[in-house]
Unconditional design. Structure first.
Length: 237
């Protein structure tokens, strides 16, 4: 219990001083919403029907892929790992705590967008809020699982940022939030299905629950969990 509490205390101190967390989970997503929300609804008035979902997909994807990996690199590729071991804290706890912290922050950001979009741009609130937030919770977790792989696999901060951006850009551009997915070439549409953002957007934007949109996210989550387990064993050596 003492090791667990120490791990929580250490992670809390890291989060407090993390400018990356503030920028990627709040400042950039909310600025993007403030600017692009007005552009989307002006150019395409029908965009207000899915504005909450599209802005949330952008914010969650950015916060996860660009915000989480640097925190993991800071833990597992620095002296913090030695501090964990010296105090008897299991190394997997760092992964769990950073994910919980990022999860909470991304959920808060999503709630802000949920209430701000109708007030600012007359966006339509999802027909079934309970189903929306359940699917949102699943999407956040899957996005963080992909980000965890990047953070555990890449040991250098600069390379981590580069890999995160490489994954982030196609995730957003091919997800359907910028323009209808039907306008993309078939090859790009197929590539877009590799990323959680595409399925998360479909799942949250659909008026009815569709298991075929949930299944790919579940598969991605399971595969990511297995990969993270393997990478954690390598980190522990």
């Amino acid at each position: 219990m003492g090791a667990f509490l120490y791990g929580i205390s250490l992670q809390w101190k890291l989060d407090i001083r993390s400018k990356t967390l503030l920028i990627t989970c709040y400042i950039v997503p909310l600025l993007f919403f403030a600017i692009m929300g007005g552009i989307f609804t002006s150019v395409m008035p029908e965009a207000r029907y899915t504005l909450i979902q599209s802005m949330t997909v952008f914010g969650v994807t950015m916060g996860a892929l660009i915000g989480l990996p640097p925190s993991l690199v800071e833990i597992y590729s620095s002296d913090i790992k030695k501090v964990y071991k010296a105090n008897g804290v299991p190394l997997y706890l760092g992964l769990i705590l950073t994910n919980i912290s990022a999860y909470i922050n991304l959920f808060i950001m999503s709630i802000i967008l949920y209430f701000a979009a109708p007030l600012a741009f007359n966006a339509q609130i999802p027909e079934n809020p309970v189903r929306y937030f359940i699917t949102l919770a699943i999407f956040i977790e899957v996005s963080l699982s992909i980000a965890s792989i990047i953070g555990l696999a890449v040991k250098d901060q600069a390379k981590t940022s580069m890999v995160s951006i490489i994954v982030f850009l196609p995730s957003i551009m091919l997800s359907g939030i910028m323009f209808p997915i039907e306008l993309l070439p078939k090859a790009f549409e197929t590539v877009g299905k590799i990323f959680p953002a595409s399925w998360g957007y479909k799942l949250m934007a659909d008026s009815t629950f569709r298991f075929e949109n949930l299944l790919p996210l579940v598969v991605i989550l399971i595969l990511a969990f297995c990969v993270c387990s393997i990478l954690l064993r390598k980190v522990d050596k």
